[in-house]
Design a protein around this ligand. Structure first.
Ligand SMILES: [Zn+2]
Length: 117
């Protein structure tokens, strides 16, 4: 693999695609190749199988994550929200209420239609 001081791993593209795109690729690849501990066993032995799918070679755990990074910032915040559980229960109640309202109004509409006829 061709590696240089300036363009590093994007040296494999040669003179193609332009500097801007290669810099963006470098940003992603730096994150992709950085070692992150496994959320199950804590060892730095995670391998990316495909986009968003990771496998730990130590404990053989298979889990999802970001397309190029094991854990994205948004994924972290969503995990925290789920761990707090308040958000989930609130939405569950909200869904129940809206479903009830909808079904009730549907029945009312049908009854009024029948009465009109
Ligand atoms: Zn592991």
């Amino acid at each position: 693999m061709v590696k240089t001081k300036k363009v590093r791993s994007t040296g494999r593209f040669g003179s193609r695609y332009g500097v801007g795109i290669k810099k963006r690729v470098l940003k992603v690849e730096d994150k992709q190749n950085s070692l992150t501990p496994c959320p199950f066993c804590g060892f730095d032995r995670i391998k990316r199988e495909s986009a968003g799918l990771y496998n730990c070679t130590k404990c053989n755990a298979k889990f999802t994550g970001g397309a190029y990074v094991v854990e994205t910032l948004i994924g972290k915040t969503v995990k925290k929200i789920i761990a707090q559980k308040t958000f989930v229960t609130d939405t569950a109640e909200l869904i129940k209420v809206t479903e009830k309202e909808n079904s009730y109004s549907d029945i009312e509409n049908e009854v009024s239609k029948v009465l009109d006829e």
